[in-house]
Each structure stands twice: as C-alpha cells, then as structure tokens.
Ligand binder design. Structure first.
Ligand code: BEZ
Length: 391
C-alpha cells in the first residue's frame, strides 16, 4: 500500500453533495488542499431516481424541511448564475391520488396545509381536471391533487458538470476508481484507508450514497437507512406533444405486493430523446450484505409499471418497446425523517473530524447541503436550522 497523502479535507463521494461541498468549502478556504475520492467516477447515475433529471419541488409536508427548500431555491439561483446555465426547469410539480395516504413523500392533505401556512401558491385540482389537462385516464373518482408551478425538474448532468468545473477552477483534486474501505478518526484528523492507498486529512466528509451507512457503521454510528433497488421504465409517446408537462407523483394506498407509488418524468425540456420515464417508488425487499444490487429492474415491478402505463397513460405508445433500468434509493426507515446530515462529534473517537451526509431524496438540496457540509467541515454552526437532519 502507498504511503499517506496529506490533505485539509477529503470528501468521499463525487455525487451532488460531495461536489457541492468541495466547491463551497474551496471557495471559502482557497489555500486549503481538498481531495474528492469516488469508487467509480462522475455521473454514475446509480442513486436517487437515476437518469437525466430529478424532481424539483418546494412543497413538503414537514415545515422544517419546507423552509430548507425555500433556502435551497435561492442557492440554486445563485449556482445557476455562477455556472452561467439553467439547472432547474420550472415545468411544475403535480401531485395527485389518495389525499390521505401517508408515504415517504409526505401526504397530499398535510402538504396543502403546509403550503397554505407558508403562503406558497398552488392550484388545487379534481382528478377529472388533472386527467383532462394532462392526458391521464381511469383514476379513482375520490383522488385529487394540486399543481405547484415553481416545481419542475433538475438537469442532473448540467448540475454535476457545473459543480465539477467550479470546484476544479479552485484547484480541488479528484481521484476516481478509489474505493474507501475504512476510516480511522482521531483527535487531529482522519486516516482514510482506500483499497489501494491511504490518505490523511484534517476533516473528512462521507457522502458516498449507498456506501455511507457501511462506512460510518464501522465507527459504531448506526444510521437507520435501508437501500432499495427501484425499477423505472422509459417509453415514447404516441400522442400528446405538449412540451413542458409537469413532473408527477401518484399517491395511492399500498397493495399486498408493494407500496403502489408511481412517479413520472415527462420528456425533459433540454434533451431531445422524447422519452417519458415512469418510476416505481416501492420500498420492498431492502438490500443487505447477502442481497446486493443486481443493477437490473425487478421484472415484477416492470410489469406493475407497464400495467399502470396501460391503464392511466394512454398518450404513451404501448406498441413501441420500453426499456427498463433500476436505481438505488437510500431511505431512512423512520417515516418521520427525510435525511441524515451532521458532524459525528461525540459519536466516536475523533468524530468531530468526520461529517456525514446520508440518505433521502437529496438532489434537490445539492447547493444547500453543500454549504451546510462546508460549514460543518470548518467547525462552524450551519447558517440554517438543521435539527431535522441531525443524527
Ligand atoms: C422527491 O421529489 O422527493 C421524489 C421524486 C420521485 C420519487 C421519489 C422522490
């Protein structure tokens, strides 16, 4: 094994939070040496809802997280200015279904109350109005929903390449193909043990998506997270050529086999491929040490998505081929919690030198969580109230 390299900060994971932290930390600490490590490379597209886009929304059932999205919104606008490109396409966020069902996305009724409390405008819609306007059919008559027009979709590659370029301009270093197998924190820093090389840093951020739980688990920090491999299908449209349809999420009562939640990304405004992406949000069959990811969509879940498309989305082309993929969602097991983000201070020897960001549908918080992690790595109190995120 090679001898240690010395860094001020080592960031484990070149995903959105890792890159955003690297840029935010480096711009406030220009003389510091910052290294980002990743087991794979940039833009692996394995986590979250995968693919070219992520959902952007302001609304949350939980007021404390809702407040954070409003802060994130301002930071996205600042990032777009710095990157000189549009990253959020405000095509709208459409939620519909059984308004009383609670899911990992929250609940429609509670979210409408929260939007009222936060004075965020939205259009409340009957299910028949939604069907007429957006081309769906055959939803239960008791469904209802809303359209929030500030929501939409985030350009994933645009965001990651912008952050990579901004961090690189500030001399942040990157090492790809570097798997981290263990961390050894102590009172002056952290030894990062890679499969091939060791690194020494004053501070470390763990933001390695599905890998974070195991890495910090070795420090006896047990984050209650489960990882699910979720199926997604892409299909072309046969009709309905309206550009800029909103992202949608269907809230439904669970069925015996799964949580019965589906979401959809219509063809996005910046790409020309024209596919609708229909995803399953099924928290079933969590991965474990003995049951790892297959990186293939579960055929039963693909079947469920196709049934949903055939019944409710007549504008898709059923005679054309679909293609299926899978993505890894790392979600807190506690339904009251969305994310884990905190310093490990007091959790293990040298924990004050380790910051952890793990779990949740976090892409929409990229600029905010990057600033929070940069604050924690600098031993500063974060500028926002993160009590809902701490562990
Ligand atoms: C979200 O906005 O948090 C989300 C969107 C689609 C699937 C799961 C989560």
């Amino acid at each position: 094994m090679h001898t240690s390299e010395e860094w001020d900060v080592v960031i484990i994971g070149a995903g959105p939070i890792g890159l955003s932290t690297a840029w935010n930390y480096a711009r406030e600490n220009k003389q510091h040496k910052v290294l980002v490590l990743d087991k794979y490379g940039l833009m692996t597209q394995l986590a979250g809802t995968s693919g070219e886009e992520r959902h952007w929304r302001l609304q949350y059932s939980e007021i404390d997280i809702f407040r954070l999205t409003l802060e994130a919104d301002k930071l996205w606008q600042a990032l777009e200015k710095n990157a000189d490109r549009k990253l959020i396409h405000r095509t709208g966020s459409l939620w519909f279904g059984d308004a009383d069902v609670w899911t990992n996305e929250g609940q429609i009724t509670q979210t409408m109350k929260s939007m009222d409390e936060m004075a965020l405008p939205y259009e409340r819609l009957s299910i028949r109005a939604i069907e007429q306007r957006f081309g769906f059919t055959h939803f239960d008559a008791n469904y209802e929903g809303f359209l929030q027009r500030d929501g939409g979709v985030i350009d994933v590659k645009g965001t990651l390449s912008a952050l990579y370029a901004l961090a690189s301009e500030l001399n942040v270093s990157f090492a790809f193909g570097q798997e981290v197998v263990a961390l050894e924190p102590d009172s002056t820093g952290v030894t990062v043990i890679g499969a091939e090389q060791r690194f020494r840093a004053r501070k470390v951020l763990v933001a390695s998506g599905p890998g974070s739980k195991k890495l910090v688990g070795q420090l006896d920090i047990d984050l209650a997270l489960s990882t699910y491999e979720m199926a997604c299908i892409s299909m072309l449209r046969s009709e309905r050529t309206t550009a800029n349809d909103p992202f949608w999420f269907a809230f439904q009562q669970p069925v015996a086999s799964d949580s019965n939640l589906f979401y959809g990304f219509p063809p996005n405004p910046w790409s020309v491929n024209g596919f609708d992406r229909l995803g399953t949000d099924f928290e079933v069959d969590p991965l474990s040490d003995t049951h790892g990811p297959s990186y293939r969509a579960n055929p039963l879940h693909v079947e469920r998505a196709l049934e949903f498309a055939q019944r409710h989305m007549p504008f898709l082309a059923p005679d054309r081929e679909h293609y299926a993929s899978s993505c890894l969602a790392v979600l807190p097991t506690d339904p009251q919690r969305q994310f884990y983000l905190d310093s490990a201070r007091g959790r293990c020897h040298g924990g004050e030198n380790v910051v952890v960001s793990a779990g949740g549908w976090a892409f929409k918080f990229t600029p905010l969580m990057g600033e929070i992690c940069a604050d924690l790595l600098s031993d500063k109190s974060p500028r926002w109230d993160i009590s809902a995120l701490r562990f």
